[in-house]
Design a protein around this ligand. Sequence first.
Ligand SMILES: [Zn+2]
Length: 230
Amino acid sequence: MSSKPPRYKRYAETTLAEYFKLSSAAELSPAHLPIPVKDIADSHYRIYVGKSHSLAEKLPDSVQERWMNGALSGLLLVGLKVKEIWVSAAEAERSQGRERFTIAHELGHFLMHTDEPTSASMISHFPKRGLGGFFACQEKDIHSATSRQKKWGKEAEANRFAAELLMPGQLVKKLFASLTDLSAAPAQTSALGLREYQWKACITKMANVFNVSSEAMGIRLTQLGLLSVL
Ligand SMILES: [Zn+2]
C-alpha cells in the first residue's frame, strides 16, 4: 500500500511552500497565519478574484437560468483569456471566513480539476470570452458540514484542499496543543476530555487566528483527530 499523501494535501502543501518560498510546508510557522489566500490566488496563480451579488450573471447565457435560483457561493471561470474566481458578495459580507474558504475551494478546482473536462459540474467549450469551462459551486457543496465530510467527488476534494491550505495540519496541531496546554502529553487522548465550554472557546480562538469560520475550524480539528464529534 502506498503511503503517498492524497492529492489535495500534496497540492495544498506545494502551494504554500512555493508561495512562501520554503523548501517544504513543514517550515511553516504561526507567523505565516492567516494564510493570505486571495494573494495566493491572484499574485501567485494570476487568477482574478472578485465579488458579485449575482454570480449566475457571470456564466454563459445558455446556462445562466440553470443557476439563477441556486445559492451559489463561488465560481471558477477558466479559458484562453479568462482565469477568474468569483465569490458571493452577500456571503462575503456575512463572513470573511466563508469568503476565504470559498476562494480556497475554487483554487482547489483550478489546480486539481480543470484538466478534467468531463466533470459533471464543469461544462466545456463555451465560446463566450474564450471561456473553456467553469465550476459553479453552491453553498451546500462548500459550507455544509455533511458535504465537507463526504469522502468522494470533486466538491469534497476541493473542500479538503481548502482546509489543508487555510489550516495546515502541523500549525493546527501546534496551536491546539499550546491552547490546551497538552503539548507534552499525548494531546489526542487528553484533548478529547476537554469540557464543552473549553473546546468551544478553543475553536473560536483558533478560528480567529486562522481567519476561518468556527464551523470550518471545528471540522478541521475533527479531521485531524484532535476533537471527537462536534
Ligand atoms: Zn466546488
